[in-house]
Design a protein around this ligand. Structure first.
Ligand SMILES: [Fe+2]
Ligand SMILES: [Fe+2]
Length: 469
């Protein structure tokens, strides 16, 4: 169904046909806008930003581009088209028709999963709130805002499900989603990573590379769900999500490209000299990578999880790309989990978090390979690596077990000393912060980042992506 932009809330779910739901969402809408005003990007709210807006839900040609003021962005409810005769693809109900309503006995589990997903969306907008003040270019500023408005859209996606399928409880949860705030001591966001401040652009690029990618895999699992409206919602969110990871991959890539240029100019990879020349040394990039990768791994939950098993069994959440597997029941299969006590064989259903995490790690490696190719082509003998999944964990069987980035177990003291060279130190962060100076002349880039290869939607790099007057 095409998207109706005549309604107060753009949608492709025929909202006008359900007056009660429409009224409830129209009641929530000003609360959302108030949240955006208070917790969304600081400043720039009256500037025209070159943003894309969904016009359809097909993967091809689904968006239109134009300058709009962020508060006027048409946030709405867009579900991927219903697949006729869709059947449940995994678990105890394998092969049965999918559900258009939430089964009563699964209500609280579904609600929790939708609330947890929904909570991450506004959280990331809050985390990134101040970045606009130190943007390295207009191009990047626009990308930041594109990500932000779409995370706002993803909040709408989850709030629609809560309002439509969970009655009064759902409406209360929707209000709570606006009441919790990233990093708030009294009422923080649900997941740890989403309470980490993102106060510099290197962190932003790492976040969009690693943490938005966690989002991709959560959405992939949920787009397998037996609850069809959830599956369709997540399928369309994935289309939007791809751009966020593009921002991360090209962002980190451009920082590396700039370091390589400076390494060539100065003929050294000595971090202090690279820094003196205003670029980020690769050692620091590796540290940021270690931090954001390990922090994002925690988002998948414990490797061995009865919760994950029951989500799979009951049809709530499948594996990413469930269709790729042969066995969709997974009742008898086992899975080897790496634990500090050695390999532990568990039932595959109990290991679903780890299965998803493994797919995620593979996906993370693709960008690392590309970045290493750039380094190699520039003739430097340095490789960036993903740390072991054992390293710097706070959730799962490796939580708080001291290991090197290679995964080798070490003593607490060795860990304490090592951490200074493995994770960003206060000095590293202060250095990165010192680079964060606002550059807003069209086409101009801050000195620590290379320009992108191309602009957005066939526009040149020096296009006026954000009009500041
Ligand atoms: Fe999102
Ligand atoms: Fe995202």
């Amino acid at each position: 169904m095409s998207i109706n932009y005549n309604d107060k809330i753009p949608n492709n779910v025929n909202l006008a046909n359900d007056r009660k739901l429409q009224r409830a969402l129209e009641h929530w809408q000003p609360h959302f806008l108030k949240w955006w005003d208070e917790q969304g990007p600081k400043d720039y709210q009256s500037n025209d930003v070159y943003l894309r807006t969904a016009v359809g839900v097909d993967a091809k040609g689904w968006a239109s581009y134009g300058h709009v003021k962020m508060p006027d962005y048409r946030w709405g409810i867009f579900l991927a088209d219903q697949m006729p005769e869709r059947k449940i693809g995994f678990g105890d109900h394998f092969g049965e028709p999918v559900w258009q309503q939430v089964p009563g006995e699964l209500r609280s589990q579904f609600r929790r999963i939708i609330v947890t997903q929904g909570d991450t969306e506004p959280a990331s907008v809050e985390q990134q709130r101040l970045l606009g003040l130190t943007c390295p270019s207009l191009y990047d500023l626009r990308n930041l805002f594109q990500v932000n408005v779409e995370e706002g859209r993803h909040l709408w996606a989850m709030v629609y499900l809560l309002h439509c399928y969970f009655g009064r409880d759902g409406r209360e949860e929707a209000e709570e989603l606006l009441a919790r705030h990233s990093g708030d001591t009294d009422n923080p966001r649900i997941l740890g990573t989403f309470n980490e401040p993102i106060s510099d652009w290197l962190s932003f690029f790492m976040f969009t590379y690693f943490t938005d990618r966690d989002g991709k895999f959560q959405l992939k699992s949920l787009s397998e769900s037996a609850f069809d409206p959830l599956a369709r919602t997540c399928r369309f969110m994935l289309t939007e999500e791809a751009h966020h990871m593009f921002v991360g991959e090209t962002g980190v890539g451009r920082v590396i490209k700039r370091s390589l240029e400076v390494m060539k100019e100065t003929g050294t990879d000595d971090p202090s000299i690279i820094r003196k020349n205003g670029a980020v040394d690769l050692v620091t990039i590796q540290k940021y990578l270690n931090f954001w990768f390990s922090s994002s791994l925690d988002l998948f939950g414990s490797e061995i999880s009865s919760n994950a098993a029951s989500s799979f069994a009951s049809g709530i959440k499948g594996r990413p790309d469930e269709g790729r597997y042969e066995d969709h029941i997974c009742n008898d299969a086992t899975y080897d989990i790496d634990t500090p006590e050695g390999t532990e064989q568990v039932s595959l259903r109990n290991a679903m978090n780890d299965v998803t995490r493994e797919a995620y790690v593979k996906d993370c490696e693709i960008g690392i390979k590309r970045w290493n190719m750039m380094i190699k082509r520039a003739n430097f003998d340095i490789t960036l690596t993903l740390p072991s999944t054992r390293f710097h964990r706070t959730i799962g069987s490796w939580a708080n077990v001291p290991t090197e980035p290679s995964g080798k177990s070490i003593s607490q003291t060795e860990y304490k000393n090592g951490i200074l060279s493995w994770l960003p130190t206060e000095q590293d962060r202060a250095f990165i912060r010192s680079l964060m100076q606002r550059v807003v002349e069209p086409g101009k880039m801050a000195g620590w980042i290379a320009p992108p290869d191309r602009g957005i939607n066939n526009n040149p790099v020096d296009y006026e992506y954000v009009r500041l007057k």
